[in-house]
Write a protein that binds this ligand. Structure first.
Ligand code: B1H
Length: 814
């Protein structure tokens, strides 16, 4: 690689709000330094991986200043800290995010160019950190970045899974999972902290010693910390992601090894490492396995021990814990935090029962993310009693106390039918419980926590989800970001409400042209990628219709697939009827054991194969399902979307966050009144949203008619044709009865009301078609979607948690 001389790069370090930014020359030197001294590589013989690592280390150096400054200020001022406990952090790539937040994007690009390297290639070389399943994990990642932007002294705690979410391939249209191995290469963003290590016990028994319960664990492992800094916008503040890895507590058994018993010698190590080996891939439905319970306790106990250690290094009385510490539980997965915090306070710090309970409750907050009955975590009392015997005792006493204090009906117990209901435990042990959208929070009060809400009417609050505009606009959509900067200034990146000032431009024909040009450029880029990676030729002027999310029956990818078939069928019959050309994009993974979801994936791929091969409709309709949807793929798809599919059965999607990203990027939504769609529609205006389908109430009523599916199918010629084509094997000629089970279920067990909503969905789709044929109207509405989506910044969400739940002010002055 030949180095070219650098020009115009020796300008003095510019300063964004006090952040001294290095020059191109300085960064170039830094990169070369890391190449030589950290990686021991010669620039002339360095691979893309080497350049990426060296670039990452150079950027990481720049993160340290804000990270240290935030840490120091938090210690010096004794500020209240927030701890976000989550089994998932779906962070994706970090290099570009860090560059953008530090204002170094152009400088790094120039420094690399001077070395003959292309920044975009280096960015693409980074594997996604996929330590999460979907929305819940991605929300945690957005929150860390927003806390770093808003100025919250915050740590995220999670598990350093060796294998993140599995990789998805399609074989013959079917999902095949392979292990993800992001740690097979060193992760440049983390710092091992072997000095921050805690013992976590399991099993054994609890015994009384001098009137005090003492837990004697039968197994122990060590949790060892790895820290990743997360810098906020313009590097004004930073938060920390601390992930735990499992290590053995016993020394390697040299004697056994020397005696030739290599397996036994390595056994303790293998057992401990199992705890941080792999992320459970069961989005929305819990796995219910002993290892999962152990992982949950492992993360939670290590986090709480770390929190108390840090607290005691700063403050003396544990009674004041809630004044200085707020702990948020991301769903019930860390709900063992209630009993664990009480155990640590009582058994290790001699606090009395009542005080321990009061302190724990005042410190903890719990976020509920789902109402699906099958999704609520319950552990058998047998398993809980054997894995965590001391905690089982504490849970039983919490339950008894609560029953006595509230003279509650028996239906409210934490322990029922030999199961521990983790939602009830989390509710009772938290001072605030929040839902994740306005509709969801109301449904939480009416359904899962109906009885507990009556007893504690002030406990449930709402904090509507949000997404970080840095990653989900500035990073992923430079075309629109630049246009926004030119039109309304750069303020929107920090305060997304500034987008409101874009509203008048919706009426401005010249601006609409520029807006459309930015969208088209994104579509052309996506079309190129689809051609390169999948060999499918798509027309960038067709409507890009996008449904990207985990595969789940309630999300109704099947409804979209049925509509695709109906559309194709109608197009074939009258190809010259003036159809709006479309490309239907699907993206998403199914849990490996979720048979029905996998069948839907297979059908979508079979439908795509059939439609994409049809010369009659080739210019009108294509179906694209790229495998292995992840954060990086989302960043590619979302800026190019025209239509956002948010079509869950009303009452089932707690919030959704993809819906917000797509709106923000100028897609119009076709959707039901579910989750945050309700708020999106309220804000962008009913005229700028394609509404269809039953409401949550309507769904409940409709289900009472046991013939709801049959009646809907009989009323819809379109849907009957679709089911007929599938049953005849039109999409699976090699195996005509492949989908007989699926079609049978559509007629008889249509729990998610695909049939009942089909005609209404079809109508809404045709309204979208019609509007798309009048570009100035479509673009005006798309611009209004952008201009009115400022509410959906996760900065706003975080400020809500700070005010309503954590009682924490911003550490930043402005
Ligand atoms: C959401 C989950 C979830 N809700 C269990 N619940 C899991 C439950 O591995 N598990 O056991 C994993 C994930 N995830 C999602 O949270 C909701 O479905 C979305 O509607 C919501 O936007 C998101 C963030 O609040």
């Amino acid at each position: 690689m030949t180095a070219s001389p650098v020009t115009a790069s020796s300008a003095p370090a510019s300063s964004v709000s006090g952040l001294a930014r290095p020059t191109v020359d300085a960064l170039r030197a830094k990169i070369l330094h890391h190449l030589e001294y950290t990686l021991a590589k010669d620039a002339g013989h360095s691979s893309r991986y080497d350049w990426r690592m060296a670039t990452s280390f150079a950027i990481r150096d720049e993160m340290l200043k804000p990270w240290f400054a935030a840490t120091r200020q938090t210690y010096d001022t004794g500020a209240k800290r927030v701890y976000y406990l989550s089994m998932e952090f779906l962070i994706g790539r970090l290099l570009e995010d860090a560059m953008i937040n530090l204002g170094l994007h152009e400088t790094i690009a120039a420094a690399l160019a001077a070395e003959g390297q292309t920044l975009s290639d280096i960015i693409e070389d980074e594997p996604d950190a996929a330590l999460g399943n979907g929305g819940l994990g991605r929300l945690a990642a957005c929150f860390l970045e927003s806390m770093a932007t808003v100025g919250v002294p915050a740590h995220g705690y999670g598990i350093r899974y060796e294998h993140g979410l599995f990789r998805q391939r399609f074989e013959g249209g079917q999902q095949v999972e392979t292990p993800e191995d992001w740690l097979s290469q060193p992760h440049p963003w983390e710092f091992a902290r072997p000095e921050a290590a805690y013992i976590v016990g399991f099993k054994g028994h609890s015994e009384l010693r001098r009137g005090k319960s003492v837990w004697v664990p039968g197994e122990t492992v060590k949790a060892s910390a790895y820290d990743t800094p997360v810098v906020g916008w313009q590097g004004k503040w930073a938060s920390t992601l601390r992930l735990w890895a499992g290590l053995p507590t016993t020394q390697f058994d040299l004697e056994r090894f020397n005696n030739g018993d290599y397996t036994a010698a390595a056994a303790p190590e293998a057992l401990a490492r199992t705890l941080s080996r792999v992320l459970y891939p069961d989005d929305t439905t819990p796995a219910g396995k002993e290892l999962r319970l152990k992982q949950e306790y492992f993360m939670t106990s290590a986090a709480l021990q770390d929190i108390l250690r840090r607290y005691q290094s700063q403050f003396s009385t544990l009674a004041d814990l809630p004044k200085h510490v707020a702990i948020q539980l991301n769903d019930t997965h860390p709900a063992i935090a209630g009993p664990e915090l009480m155990r640590l306070l009582m058994d290790q710090h001699d606090m009395g029962w009542d005080e321990a309970q009061t302190v724990a409750r005042a410190t903890l907050g719990y976020t509920n993310h789902t109402l699906l009955p099958e999704a609520l975590e319950r552990w058998s009392t047998y398993l809980m009693g054997s894995v965590l015997p001391r905690h089982m005792e504490i849970i039983q006493r919490i339950d008894e106390d609560h029953a006595k204090a509230h003279k509650r009906p028996p239906s409210v117990g934490i322990v029922q039918h030999n199961e521990v209901k983790m939602g009830d435990l989390a509710f009772i042990m938290s001072h605030k419980v929040n839902g994740v959208s306005a509709l969801h929070s109301e449904l939480v009060k009416e359904t899962v926590f109906h009885d507990l809400h009556k007893l504690h009417p002030d406990r449930i609050t709402n904090e509507t989800n949000g997404v970080t505009p840095r990653r989900w606009m500035r990073l992923s959509n430079p075309a629109l970001s630049t246009l926004l900067d030119e039109t309304i200034g750069e303020g929107w990146t920090r305060d997304l409400d500034h987008l409101k000032t874009l509203e008048p431009f919706a009426q401005d024909a010249a601006f609409r042209e520029k807006f459309a040009a930015a969208k088209r450029a994104n579509k052309v880029a996506l079309a190129g990628w689809v051609q390169d990676t999948m060999g499918i030729d798509i027309n960038p002027d067709a409507m890009f219709d996008i449904q990207i999310k985990r595969l789940h029956e309630y999300k109704r990818q099947l409804l979209n697939c049925f509509e695709t078939i109906a559309l194709w069928h109608n197009m074939r019959q009258t190809p010259d009827a003036g159809w709006t050309p479309r490309v239907k994009f699907f993206g998403g993974k199914s849990a490996p054991g979720y048979f029905v979801a996998k069948e839907i994936i297979h059908l979508i791929n079979d439908v795509a194969r059939t439609i994409n091969a049809d010369p009659v409709t080739g210019h009108l309709l294509k179906v694209v399902y790229p495998p292995n949807y992840n954060v990086s793929m989302a960043q590619r798809l979302i800026p190019a979307a025209d239509l956002s599919e948010q079509i869950s059965t009303a009452g089932k999607e707690a919030s959704g966050t993809g819906n917000m990203k797509l709106t923000l990027n100028g897609a119009l939504t076709i959707g039901t009144l579910d989750g945050a769609n309700v708020e999106i529609r309220d804000l962008v205006g009913a005229d700028n949203f394609f509404l269809f389908g039953l409401t949550a109430d309507g769904v409940e009523k409709r289900r009472k008619n046991i013939n709801h599916a049959r009646e809907a199918i009989e009323d819809s010629q379109n849907l009957r044709d679709v089911l007929q084509m599938i049953v005849e094997g039109r999409f699976s000629p090699e195996e005509p009865d492949r989908y007989h089970g699926l079609v049978d279920r559509a007629w008889h067990h249509d729990h998610y009301l695909v049939a009942a909503d089909f005609d209404s969905y079809w109508e809404a789709q045709r309204a979208a078609d019609a509007l798309y044929r009048t570009p100035q109207d479509w673009n005006r509405k798309a611009i209004l979607n952008v201009a009115r989506s400022g509410f959906f910044s996760s900065d706003r969400t975080i400020r809500g948690y700070m005010a309503d739940i954590w009682d924490v002010p911003s550490a930043l002055k402005d």
